[in-house]
Design a protein. Structure first.
Length: 127
């Protein structure tokens, strides 16, 4: 089934791909119409969702099990693994690999509260 597929590298997902992956992560195994049912209005066309899923499959993020002509899709990479790779990329590409520079950026732009900053400090002290 997925043995000959290329494993996902540190690829960043497009907005549409990420939306589909969020549904697969939340729901587990889904048919295309199940994914479509979970999408917000205005819903994309069935063929659009099907195409996004096939792209995710080619990228190695998704695989399927066939039941005749019906395909059930599922994620090959879990949410935490993708998030870790994505955040590592952000950290390296925008902050030179420095977590303190990233936290400084977030706090100086008021993206995080003082309480959140304190929580980050507590988390860092535990490790």
């Amino acid at each position: 089934m997925g043995g000959d597929r290329i494993r996902p590298k540190s690829q960043e997902l497009t907005r549409a791909e990420l939306e589909v992956m969020q549904i697969l992560w939340d729901k587990g195994r889904c048919l295309v119409h199940d994914v479509l049912a979970e999408m917000p209005e205005p819903k994309p066309a069935y063929n659009t969702v099907s195409t996004v899923i096939r792209v995710l499959e080619k990228k190695g993020f998704v695989d399927h099990k066939a039941y005749g002509k019906t395909y059930e899709y599922f994620a090959l990479i879990d949410r935490d693994t993708y998030t870790q790779g994505f955040m590592s990329s952000v950290l390296n590409n925008f902050f030179g690999g420095s977590a303190s520079r990233m936290v400084s950026f977030l706090s100086s732009n008021k993206s995080i509260s003082l309480e959140e900053t304190d929580e980050i400090i507590k988390l860092l002290k535990r490790e």
